[in-house]
Design a protein around this ligand. Structure first.
Ligand SMILES: NC(=O)c1ccc[n+]([C@@H]2O[C@H](COP(=O)([O-])OP(=O)(O)OC[C@H]3O[C@@H](n4cnc5c(N)ncnc54)[C@H](OP(=O)(O)O)[C@@H]3O)[C@@H](O)[C@H]2O)c1
Length: 324
């Protein structure tokens, strides 16, 4: 498959929420979705940065149908008020894209370690609170989709249930890898619950490979590491693909008709860091259903968000969904 942004099908009449839509991959995905006629709700923690990004897109796509709505994934209150503002609206796609990488330990408004809190728990809560909106769009004709953006770094991740928030020991890369493994475990568990409930909805995980965005600079900026920042700049310039290319797996998962629930998509070129999207296998740990269920329960306890979906029956093989 040599899928490009030109292959995005007509999105007229579809409404998509993209978290972290003001920068990098979220911005480029939003641009292409809008170019193809989708209404995009840009869920941004700063509405000023969101409006600047919307103006940038309108420079390219003058009739882009964009709405910037505040959503800070480091605050359950903000996530709840975002969901309240969308009450009664049906949503075709939710793209769980926003993220932070390898930052020094800090905590969200609710006391969660920030990488786990923003990358995973925030999206867990958001998806649960928007579930009714998403299921309202899915019917016999239309499938609603949840696309969760992980990273190749999930392969290094382990879920440390004894120290989920890095209170006893914290390594900024391990915390990132854990949060990105949590993204994949969540995407697969959600798909299993959709299948158990026999809903016309699909949950998929993607990764962008290595894309030149602001992600790589946040850690060194917060740490005051000028050398690491310069090294990241060099790597981003020489090795990374563009943010536009990095957005392709997300766009594919959000729009292509042949996407399968429970799949993992990423760039198929050099070291899976660049190239057109393809279906890939994620790490062995990401297919562990017991870990996924345990993480789901912990996430629900921590956020106070429950999903009105039946639990899949534990068994050696999933009925469908999370497959290699
Ligand atoms: N770039 C890569 O090579 C790469 C590789 C693997 C995975 N990824 C994944 O791709 C996704 C997008 O990252 P990117 O590369 O596009 O990075 P980026 O340019 O830094 O964009 C990250 C986005 O997340 C938003 N964000 C951060 N904290 C937030 C919070 N508390 N609430 C709401 N939004 C928040 C940022 O908003 P502000 O602008 O307001 O900070 C920004 O819009 C992430 O999930 C990342 O893990 C990227």
């Amino acid at each position: 498959m040599d899928w490009t942004a030109d292959d995005v099908p007509d999105q007229d009449g579809r409404t998509v929420v993209v978290t972290g839509a003001n920068s990098g991959i979220g911005l480029e995905a939003t641009r292409e979705l809008a170019r193809n006629g989708a209404t995009v709700i840009m869920a941004c923690r700063s509405t000023d940065r969101g409006e600047d990004a919307a103006s940038d897109i309108r420079g390219d796509v003058p009739d882009a149908d964009l709405r910037v709505v505040e959503c800070d994934l480091a605050s359950l209150e903000s996530i709840r008020s975002f969901a309240d503002r969308l009450e009664g609206e049906s949503l075709d796609v939710l793209v769980n894209n926003a993220g932070v990488m390898a930052i020094p330990r800090s905590e969200t408004d609710d006391g969660f370690e920030t990488q786990f809190g923003v990358n995973h728990l925030g999206h867990f809560a958001l998806t649960g609170l928007l579930l009714e909106n998403l299921l309202a769009a899915g019917d016999d004709e239309r499938e609603s989709r949840i696309v969760t953006v992980s990273s190749g770094m999930h392969e290094r991740g382990e879920i440390d249930f004894d120290d989920l928030q890095g209170e006893r020991s914290y390594d900024e890369w391990d915390a990132y890898a854990q949060s990105k493994l949590a993204n994949v475990l969540f995407a697969y568990e959600l798909e299993r619950r959709f299948r158990t409930a026999d809903l016309n909805a699909a949950s998929v995980a993607v990764h962008p490979g290595y894309a030149n965005t602001h992600l790589q600079f946040r850690g060194p900026e917060q740490n005051g590491q000028r050398f690491r920042k310069a090294a990241m700049w060099l790597m981003n310039t020489v090795v990374a693909q563009s943010a536009e290319k990095g957005a392709l797996p997300t766009l594919y998962a959000a729009t292509a008709p042949d996407v399968e629930g429970g799949a993992y998509y990423g760039p198929g070129g050099l070291l899976n860091m660049r190239g057109p999207p393809e279906r890939q296998a994620s790490s062995d740990r990401s297919y562990d259903e017991e870990t996924a269920r345990r993480l789901w329960n912990v996430s629900s306890d921590l956020t106070g968000v429950t999903y009105d979906l039946p639990r899949p029956k534990p068994g050696p093989e999933p009925e469908s969904g999370a497959r290699r």
